[in-house]
Ligand binder design. Structure first.
Ligand SMILES: [Zn+2]
Length: 134
């Protein structure tokens, strides 16, 4: 068993290994594989398999530059959805203590404590003022 571990270690020397993009590819591949069990969605199995194989290819690749470029692209692509998901989670967790507004001027998300009655809110980004009931 120890010898097998050493052989695996030697095999991975110089290889790119795992990163956030590969994790995303693997999870997306698994989810598509599960969805493929539903009627008319069988084709998703092949897309999921391609994502998982691409993830494996990235893990075993020795071309660090290309893999880093893919990772940078992924991080840029995923930044906005990740921020939106995080905001949604915060809104759900703080639904009893805070209220969220969108600034009409610059679209920034404003967070204010609940239960203060009518208050004037100043946007910290653009200084626009709005009166809201909290
Ligand atoms: Zn604003």
């Amino acid at each position: 068993m120890r010898q097998l571990a050493r052989k695996l270690q030697q095999f991975m020397v110089g290889r790119y290994g795992n990163d956030e993009f590969t994790l995303f590819l693997s999870l997306a591949g698994l989810i598509l594989g599960l969805l493929a069990n539903f009627k008319y969605l069988g084709f998703l199995y092949y897309i999921g398999a391609i994502l998982i194989i691409f993830g494996l290819f990235r893990t075993l690749s020795k071309n660090y530059n290309a893999r880093r470029k893919e990772l940078n692209w992924y991080l840029l692509w995923s930044a906005k959805p990740k921020a939106e998901i995080k905001l949604l989670i915060n809104r759900i967790q703080e639904r009893e203590t805070h209220k969220y507004f969108k600034c009409k001027n610059c679209k920034a998300v404003l967070r204010v404590p609940k239960g203060r009655g009518k208050i004037e809110i100043t946007c910290p980004k653009c200084r626009a003022k709005v009166i809201k009931k909290t």
